[in-house]
Design a protein around this ligand. Structure first.
Ligand SMILES: Cc1cc2nc3c(=O)[nH]c(=O)nc-3n(C[C@H](O)[C@H](O)[C@H](O)COP(=O)(O)OP(=O)(O)OC[C@H]3O[C@@H](n4cnc5c(N)ncnc54)[C@H](O)[C@@H]3O)c2cc1C
Length: 458
């Protein structure tokens, strides 16, 4: 069977891997000249890597780690201790360290108890309040999809102060929006994984650029197996015949038309909506994709002439726009240059910052960064990059969970994969790989059921 997959992000690559492994002929189309989607990287004129975003991988990412293991890339990460280190105004750090040697959830609960980030009464309230998700079930977590994390937190006896100190930063790191906007389900899903599995909170950063460490070797692996991977191949329209209710082809922006037996969209939801034929929207599940809105985020890189942090891990901050960042020159071996820092920051909430110029965004980020790291005040900023992502992951707001589509659609030869589709995880790299596993199952089931091709009239 020939399958066209549109979108060479993590979900598109993983689907291409599994479908080609099953012996199918796979064409993978990517509109950009670089692979990896939201996990992409490209070089600036000096040859330094600009990344679409700072990416952290968790011990809980079993599907991703399994997939990378299958293609020989299991050694791509530098693993860091499980801890949340918060930079403090004026300098210094306070952290929550998962206690090594203790099983989950004790490692986390003792970590909170030992932390200097919170007062005794805040810790007590957190310990009590988090019992429900920790000892609860997925069904309990699913039932919290229609309220904000803030409302859930307050309703469970925890105060606004722990949102301000810890949970806003966590919500921003997970979904680029604060606790008063993000759905409780999203934050609780992450907490549940950390509470159930001792190694889940272990954090890994790619040893260098995702381009060199992940995508280039993966592309070689897939091409060696016969996968036809095409860059600068932008899908313009997914052609649909309403009489037979089948996708009949993919029209590319350069005018070419490609056909296959099955079609898989691995594009982000906002891109898919742009290229669907109008008749596809007659299916409610596809029309409802309009409720899944991409959230804006900005990535900033600051190159300093000297080392301005000494933390070999992620750094969080509370009450700023730089909720999470890392010094790539410290955390990633390929970036070790021995001279200065390369600070990569996730800037969120970013919606109100988008109208600002790059210079204005940099001024804000540098002010907040030097407020936390006074060492940077005397350092020279050699260069910087600002990357704007207007539609990143879908905004996991209360009430939108029900619009996440299954990977099989009402159009029998058209399938969906990507972090926004239904899977047990939040929108994340692990979520995108889980969705890829599910889409492959759906394609195989449809092929076996004989529903992909139009029944012959003869
Ligand atoms: C700043 C930032 C930081 C993040 N940090 C983390 C993190 O620390 N940990 C984590 O797990 N997740 C993180 N994420 C989320 C993670 O990047 C995404 O969940 C993941 O990349 C989704 O993968 P995907 O394959 O579903 O979609 P994408 O990565 O969006 O890939 C979709 C692909 O489709 C292509 N495409 C779009 N339109 C077309 C078209 N018309 N024709 C052909 N191709 C098209 C795109 O160019 C892209 O390559 C972060 C995201 C951002 C933006």
């Amino acid at each position: 069977m020939r399958v066209i997959i549109a979108g060479a992000g993590p979900a598109g690559f993983a689907s291409a891997h599994w479908l080609s492994k099953l012996g199918h002929e796979v064409i993978l189309l990517e509109k950009r000249s670089v692979p990896g989607g939201k996990v992409s990287a490209w070089q600036d004129p000096d040859g330094d890597w600009v990344e679409s975003g700072l990416h952290v991988f968790f011990g809980a990412y079993h599907n991703l780690l399994g997939f990378l293991g299958e293609v020989g890339l299991e050694d791509s990460f530098d693993w860091k201790p499980a801890e949340m280190t918060f930079a403090q105004p004026g300098g210094g750090y306070a952290s929550i360290e998962f206690v090594q040697g203790l099983p989950a959830p004790l490692n986390g609960l003792f970590g909170v108890a030992k932390s200097k980030l919170m007062t005794f009464s805040e810790k007590l309230a957190m310990g009590r309040g988090l019992m429900k998700p920790i000892f609860g079930s997925q069904a309990y977590i699913d039932a919290q999809a229609d309220i904000t994390y803030r409302d859930w937190h307050l309703a469970n006896g925890m105060g606004q102060s722990t949102i301000d100190k810890v949970m806003d930063a966590m919500a921003l790191a997970l979904n680029f929006q604060k606790a008063d906007q993000v759905s409780a389900k999203l934050v609780l899903t992450a907490l549940l994984h950390f509470a159930k599995e001792t190694d889940a909170p272990k954090m890994g950063l790619v040893k260098g650029s995702p381009h060199e460490r992940l995508w280039v070797p993966l592309i070689k692996h897939l091409r060696d197996r016969g996968v036809d991977i095409r860059f600068d191949a932008k899908v313009d329209t997914i052609m649909h015949d309403s009489a037979s209710n089948r996708v009949t082809g993919i029209q590319l922006a350069d005018g070419q038309t490609l056909t296959a037996d099955a079609y898989v969209s691995a594009m982000p939801v906002h891109s898919l909506r742009k290229v669907m034929s109008d008749s596809m929207r007659e299916h409610a599940v596809l029309d409802n994709l309009k409720h899944l809105r991409g959230i804006p985020v900005i990535t900033v890189q600051l190159y300093y002439d000297r080392v301005v942090t000494n933390i070999d891990n992620l750094i969080f901050s509370a009450g700023t726009h730089i909720s999470v960042y890392a010094d790539l020159a410290t955390v990633s071996p390929d970036y070790h240059k021995g001279t200065g820092s390369i600070i990569e920051l996730v800037v969120a909430p970013a919606e109100k910052l988008f109208p600002l110029s790059d210079e204005e965004i940099l001024a804000l980020v540098i002010k907040e960064f030097t407020g936390l790291h006074p060492e940077a005040i005397g350092a020279t900023l050699i260069k910087s990059h600002v990357v704007r992502i207007p539609n990143s992951v879908y905004a996991a707001r209360p009430g939108v969970e029900r619009y996440r589509p299954d990977q099989a659609t009402p159009i029998p030869n058209f399938f969906l994969t990507g972090d926004y589709t239904q899977q047990e995880f939040m929108a994340s790299i692990e979520g995108s790989i889980r969705s890829a596993r599910r889409v492959v199952d759906r394609v195989v089931a449809a092929e076996q059921a004989g529903t992909i091709t139009v029944p012959s009239l003869l």
